[in-house]
Design a binder for this molecule. Structure first.
Ligand SMILES: [Zn+2]
Length: 122
């Protein structure tokens, strides 16, 4: 089994983990209630984490409108894909929008042809 997952599903689970992280951080803050400053830092960090997940969820919303809904050739269910290559959200079948990549080994790098240029700019 390859480690790649459907991108939208992956971002969604990331947003969900941010909420849990925020709750855990705020919960940890309760243990420091004797020290108001530390407790406040934990609370603020927790809030930032939860707000971050809200931002990520909003981002998923805009991504979903751009995502192409296709029928998976492997399991026959409908899934949304992003970029040139993505995985089916149900069976992890590699999917591609680019006919020239068809039949090739799945590689997430196909989505970022200019990734190296971007990293050198910074
Ligand atoms: Zn599928």
């Amino acid at each position: 089994m390859k480690p790649y997952k459907n991108k939208i599903n992956r971002i969604r689970s990331f947003a969900l983990s941010l909420i849990f992280l925020g709750v855990v951080i705020m919960y940890l803050g309760i243990f420091f209630r004797n020290n108001e400053i530390i407790m406040l830092i934990f609370m603020v960090l927790g809030m930032i984490s939860i707000l971050g997940s809200v931002v990520v969820y909003a981002w998923i919303g805009t991504l979903s409108t751009r995502a192409v809904q296709i029928k998976c050739p492997n399991c026959g269910r409908h899934t949304k894909m992003l970029g040139r290559v993505d995985m089916c959200g149900h069976c992890r079948e590699p999917l591609t929008m680019d006919p020239s990549l068809e039949g090739k080994e799945f590689d997430v790098a196909y989505n970022r042809p200019s990734a190296k240029k971007d990293s050198t700019k910074k």
